[in-house]
Design a protein around this ligand. Structure first.
Ligand code: NAD
Ligand code: DAU
Length: 339
C-alpha cells in the first residue's frame, strides 16, 4: 500500500480529492490531517468514514508534534490545508500567516526527514499571479499577489519550491483557478449565491460585477492533481485552469435562472478592497501531460445547484444555526453600502 497524507482533507477540494482518490487508487492508504476549522467538516468525509483505507487525524499542520510524524511516514503528501477565503483575510490576516505560511514550513521541514517521500504536492492558486488584465498567466510569470490570502499562498508556494531547490524535497506546485462543485463552504460566491437564491435572499454582488474568474470543476482539479503526481516533474509548477472565463454578473444571472429567481435579487454592494479584476491561466504545460477538463460549465453549474438543492441538511445548519458564520456574514455584508 502507498501511504498518502492529505492535509485539509475535510475541506471542499480536499474532501473531494480524498473521495476521488479512494475510488481511483485501491492501493492508497490515505491519512487526512485536518484542524476542523470553520471550513472543515467531518461529514464531508462520510463516504470514506468506514473504510480501512482511510484514517482521520484531528490536528494542526503548524503543530510539529502532530504533523511531522505523519509526513515522515508518507510516500506522498498532498497539501491542501489553508485559510482560503479572501474576504476573511482582509478582515484579519493572522490565521493566514500561521497556517498558510508557517504550517507549510512545518510540513516542509518534516519532509526533509521523510525517507520514502516521492512527492510533496503544494496546492497553490492562480491568485499568486495577481490581477491579469489581458492574456493568460504562464508558470514562469512574475508573482504579484495583492491580498493577504494570495500573499500568504505565494509565500508558501515559493517556500515549497525553495525546499526542492535547496534540499531536494520532491516538491511539485500546482496553481488552480476558481473551483466549484459539491461541499463548498457557503462563504464562496457560488454556494453563497445559490443558497441565498434558494431562500429568496439578496445576492451581494461586489462593485460593478465585471470581475472575471475562470471556473474549474473540482473533479477536473482532482484528476489534474493525480496526473501531476504520476507524471509531473519535481521542482516544476503546473497551472490548472478550467478555461471557463465568466464575469461575476453573468455567473449571478445564470444562478438566478437555474434557481428560478428574478434579477431583482441582485444587490450591488461596495467592492472588495484590492479586488483582482481578472484571473486567467495558460494550461499548455498540463495539457502536454494529457489533461483536459471534462466538465462543461453550464451543466457543471446546473449539477452543483442541484446538489445544494438536494443537500439542504449540509448547508442550512451553517447559515442558520452557526453563530460564527452569522457573525461573519453580518460583519461582511451587514453594513455594506450599495456600490
Ligand atoms: P477550504 O477552506 O474549503 O478547506 C480548508 C481545509 O483546511 C479545512 O478542512 C480546514 O479545516 C483545514 N485547515 C485549515 N487550517 C488548518 C490547519 N492549521 N491545520 C490543518 N487543517 C487546517 O479550502 P478549499 O477551497 O478546499 O481549498 C483547498 C486548497 O486549495 C487551499 O490550499 C487553497 O488555497 C487551494 N485553492 C483553492 C481554490 C478554490 O477555488 N477553492 C482554487 C485554487 C487553490
Ligand atoms: O482563484 C482561486 C481562488 O478562488 C482560491 O485560491 C481561493 O481560495 C478561493 O476562495 C477563490 O477566490 P475568489 O476571491 O476568486 O473567490 P470568491 O468566491 O470569494 O469570489 C469570487 C468572485 O465573486 C470574486 O470576484 C468576488 C466576487 N464576490 C464574492 C463574494 C463572496 C461577490 O461579488 N460577492 C460575494 O459575496
Amino acid at each position: 500500500m502507498i501511504r498518502v497524507l492529505v492535509t485539509g482533507g475535510a475541506g471542499f477540494i480536499g474532501s473531494n480529492f480524498v473521495r476521488w482518490a479512494h475510488n481511483a487508487h485501491p492501493d492508497w492508504q490515505i491519512t487526512t490531517l485536518d484542524k476542523l476549522t470553520y471550513a472543515g467538516r467531518l461529514d464531508n468525509l462520510a463516504d470514506v468514514a468506514e473504510s480501512s483505507r482511510h484514517r482521520f487525524v484531528h490536528g494542526d499542520i503548524a503543530n510539529t508534534a502532530v504533523a511531522a510524524p505523519l509526513v515522515r511516514e508518507s510516500e506522498l503528501v498532498v497539501h491542501f490545508a489553508a485559510e482560503t477565503h479572501v474576504d476573511r483575510s482582509i478582515q484579519s490576516a493572522a490565521d493566514f500567516i500561521t497556517t498558510d505560511v508557517i504550517g507549510t514550513f512545518v510540513l516542509l521541514e518534516a519532509a526533509r526527514q521523510a525517507p520514502a517521500l516521492r512527492r510533496f504536492i503544494q496546492i497553490s492558486t492562480d491568485e499568486v499571479y495577481g490581477s491579469v488584465p489581458e492574456g493568460a498567466s504562464t508558470e514562469t510569470d512574475e508573482l504579484r499577489p495583492r491580498n493577504p490570502y494570495s500573499a500568504s499562498k505565494a509565500g508558501a508556494d515559493r517556500l515549497a519550491y525553495s525546499y526542492w531547490a535547496t534540499y531536494d524535497v520532491p516538491v511539485i506546485v500546482t496553481r488552480a483557478s476558481n473551483n466549484y462543485g459539491r461541499n463548498q463552504f457557503p462563504e464562496k460566491v457560488i454556494p453563497l449565491f445559490v443558497t441565498n437564491a434558494i431562500d429568496n435572499i439578496a445576492l451581494p454582488l461586489y462593485g460593478d460585477g465585471l470581475n472575471v474568474r475562470d471556473w474549474l470543476h473540482v473533479d477536473d482539479h482532482c484528476r489534474a492533481i493525480d496526473l501531476v503526481i504520476e507524471q509531473g516533474t519535481n521542482g516544476e509548477v503546473y497551472n490548472i485552469g478550467g478555461g471557463n472565463e465568466v464575469r461575476n454578473v453573468d455567473l449571478t444571472r445564470r444562478i438566478l435562472d437555474l434557481t428560478g429567481r428574478p434579477g431583482s435579487l441582485i444587490r450591488p454592494v461596495a467592492d472588495r478592497p484590492g479586488h483582482d479584476r481578472r484571473y486567467a491561466l495558460d494550461t499548455t504545460k498540463l495539457r502536454r501531460l494529457g489533461w483536459t477538463p471534462a466538465a462543461e460549465f453550464e451543466s457543471g453549474l446546473a449539477a452543483t445547484v442541484d446538489w445544494y438543492r438536494r443537500n439542504e441538511q449540509w448547508w442550512r445548519p451553517i447559515k442558520e444555526k452557526d453563530q460564527a458564520f452569522r457573525d461573519y456574514y453580518k460583519t461582511q455584508y451587514g453594513n455594506r453600502a450599495g456600490a
